[in-house]
Ligand binder design. Structure first.
Ligand SMILES: [Zn+2]
Length: 346
């Protein structure tokens, strides 16, 4: 596993690889949603290699299959591997085919761990490059171009000296506005996405309308909205904010529905699900994702949500169907949208 310093020192070595990646050019014609049932074209990068987008199946778009803390909680890597396999098999049995793991290098993204648990559980896993909240000082001291090169290098060459490549770029901002360091990371992500055709998934404070600030940066970099998913968008019921971003072409990650179960929470999960229903009725089913921001070994989170990454299939979807959402729309959100979004545009 790469620690921060190693990750950063790889930057210089990555420069040469990057210049060739850049010649791949800018973002391609939009293969976007047609509303038809046509098969998605292209391939998606998983930890076991590229697969045809049509093989993605039912996909959870924002989960954490293991990090530094999980290893500690389960008493070391070996036990953690076993626990992760158990959880992923359970999810496979519940009909989930693919999990997008947005665990970045700075919180313990062990890429061989991901390869092993995917192979042993049969769960397809998409890993990420990018950066978690609180940019490490050494990273925030880098230029936009240097950070972008780090991301591109992982996408083009592989992670931590392996040939395992990420299929998404994860970036995060904490509050309503972006810090200088966060802005740089967002600019770098946009440039890496444009250079490689790999999409971006963000951590967003939706209550503070942070999505609007995040996309300002992406738009200034000339990135297509079709390549961006704004995570944690179900943290708010401000429909004007949500539909505003959807109308501009962004995808919204509805991956914090379970937080509505937290003690004292004023925005219960059922209300979050009803917002999802309203967005579907407003015609935005083709711009939504479902997930659970589950973290292997996060005991506090597990107490709030014992269903973990199965919350979507055990609670959210049955509730939506009960209040009249069509199975066709659920299929669009869970299968068709990920198959379109996670294709690497070449
Ligand atoms: Zn997360």
């Amino acid at each position: 596993m790469t620690n921060r310093r190693e990750f950063l020192t790889q930057a210089a070595a990555g420069v040469l690889a990057v210049s060739s990646a850049k010649s791949i050019g800018v973002s391609k014609a939009n293969r976007s949603p047609s509303g038809t049932d046509s098969q998605p074209a292209g391939t998606v990068q998983t930890v076991l290699g590229p697969i045809d987008a049509s093989k993605l199946g039912f996909t959870l778009t924002h989960e954490h299959v293991g990090n530094e803390n999980s290893m500690k909680v389960y008493g070391g890597r070996e036990n953690c591997v076993a626990k992760a396999i158990e959880k992923l098999k359970e999810a496979r049995d519940a009909g989930i085919d693919t999990v997008v793991d947005v665990t970045t290098f700075d919180i313990g993204r062990d890429i061989r761990f991901r390869e092993e648990i995917s192979r042993e559980s049969g769960m397809q896993i998409i890993a990420c490059t990018g950066q978690h909240m609180f940019a490490p000082e050494a990273l925030s001291a880098r230029s936009v171009e240097e950070i972008s090169e780090l991301f591109v290098r992982e996408i083009e060459r592989g992670i931590d000296g392996t040939d395992i490549k990420p299929g998404v770029i994860k970036v995060a901002s904490r509050a309503g506005t972006l810090t200088f360091a966060e802005e740089n990371v967002f600019k770098a992500a946009a440039r890496a996405s444009k250079a490689t055709g790999v999409p971006i998934s963000t951590h967003t404070n939706s209550r503070l309308r942070a999505g609007e600030k995040q996309v300002e940066i992406f738009e200034a970099e000339g990135l297509s909205p079709s390549r961006v998913s704004l995570g944690h968008s179900d943290g708010t019921d401000n429909m004007e904010y949500l539909t505003g971003l959807l109308k501009r072409g962004y995808t919204l990650g509805m991956d914090h529905t379970f937080w509505g179960m937290a003690p004292g929470e004023k925005f219960p999960w059922q209300r979050r699900a009803e917002c999802i229903k309203e967005l579907i009725e407003a015609g935005f089913a083709d711009r939504l994702f479902f997930s659970n921001d589950w973290v292997l070994g996060d005991i506090a989170r597990e107490k709030i949500n014992p269903d973990g990454m199965l919350f979507t299939v055990r609670r959210t979807i049955p509730y939506l169907e009960q209040v009249g959402v069509a199975k066709r729309d659920i299929h669009t959100i869970t299968v068709k949208n990920p198959a379109r979004f996670f294709v690497r545009e070449a």
